[in-house]
Design a protein around this ligand. Structure first.
Ligand code: AHR
Length: 356
């Protein structure tokens, strides 16, 4: 009965809208009129990469909490399970549903031109969040907010250099393995670049191997197991491109009877993200350095939407400020890209204040 009543109501609304606008695009207008008369909410379609890491979970939570019904939004959330084809499908669905805004957290940088052109042709602004897209025409997206991943890599490498110098190991031969993120993702490209540049600069550093851990704990562990088989006792530093890979690598190292830690004979594990669990491992000395990548993008994306709603033009690119967290006191400050950054030594207080 309820259903019949709703259908009658909907048909009446559609008829009214068609008459009022005299438009040939009747059903489109009717849908919009119906949507806004129902809630007045702004509809946001969010294509999320997946749920590969603790960082990603915190990012999804931030988006869901920000774009809630109470805050005046209707969020259509799509988890792409780390597959670009799923993200493209989701964007096409959002276009069909005539959302007000599309937010995309792209899995990799390339391959977006066609679908973003479809969104542009439909008149739907696209906001890119977290990783970047590489497109032939920048007008295919409205704005981007996220991290400077190459700077993160540079900061991590600068800290390692300063730490080795401070502990009298500056001229020692240092063997490094890189457990990379998802290949082609900005977070992987930037962090790998930062390390590779430092390995070129520091002639006593050797990058023994680089292999993807796909930003997951399971793959991080699997890759570390195979690296230990190949390079055994030679590894001095494991550069994990996120916390979850570091958790997996630490498990593999420990299971192989080796020790992670901050001592001269320990394997030094470096990581990115600085999640609560990551920082707990820093405090316990299992991860020696965790370079922050901040996932709390919900309010930042909302700022962009609010300025668009107010008819203003938001900045095309916005980088988020990020910190550096260490297990040891040896390095107080580092410098990267001509700027100084304080290094925070992790304590219980730092962890308890962490939002994610
Ligand atoms: O793009 C940000 C990266 O993606 C984070 O470092 C990682 O944890 C996530 O999966």
């Amino acid at each position: 009965m309820k259903k019949i009543l709703c259908s009658v109501l909907l048909a009446t609304c559609m008829l009214f809208s068609l008459t009022a606008c005299g438009s040939s695009n009747g059903s489109k207008d009717a849908k919009k009129a119906d949507d806004s008369s129902k809630s007045g909410n702004i509809t946001v379609g969010f294509s999320q990469v997946g749920a590969e890491s603790d960082w990603r979970t915190a990012n999804s939570t931030s988006m869901k909490e920000t774009f809630s019904e109470e805050n005046g939004y209707t969020l259509i959330f799509d988890d792409a399970q780390q597959k670009q084809e799923n993200q493209i499908k989701a964007i096409r669905n959002f276009i069909q549903q005539e959302v007000d805004y599309i937010v995309l957290a792209p899995v990799t940088e390339t391959g977006w031109d066609t679908v973003l052109k479809e969104a542009k042709d439909a008149g739907i602004p696209v906001i890119i969040v977290d990783r970047m897209v590489k497109v032939s025409d920048d007008s295919l997206y409205t704005a981007w907010v996220g991290s400077n991943f190459e700077l993160e890599g540079k900061k991590a490498a600068a800290w390692l250099k300063a730490y080795l110098d401070a502990t009298g190991r500056g001229n020692e031969k240092i063997n490094i393995v890189d457990i990379q993120g998802t290949i082609g993702a900005s977070a992987q490209i930037g962090r790998t670049k930062g390390l590779e540049a430092a390995c070129k600069e520091n002639k006593n550093w050797t990058l023994l191997a680089k292999e993807t851990g796909e930003f997951t704990q399971a793959k991080g562990q699997e890759v570390m197991e195979s690296l230990l088989k190949k390079h055994g006792d030679d590894i001095d530093v494991v550069y994990c491109e996120n916390d979850n890979e570091a958790f997996g690598a630490i498990d593999a190292i420990t299971a192989a009877g080796k020790k992670v830690g901050t001592g001269k004979d320990d394997i030094l594990v470096m990581s990115f993200d600085s999640t609560k669990t990551g920082l707990t491992d820093v405090k316990d000395g299992k991860i020696i350095l965790d370079t922050e990548c901040n996932p709390l993008h919900g309010p930042r994306v909302e700022e962009i939407i609010k300025s668009l709603e107010a008819g203003k033009e938001p900045d095309k690119k916005q980088y988020v400020d990020e910190e550096v967290f260490a297990a040891v006191k040896d390095v107080a400050k580092i410098s990267a890209d001509g700027k100084d950054y304080d290094v925070t030594v992790v304590t219980d207080d730092v962890i308890s204040k962490r939002a994610y």
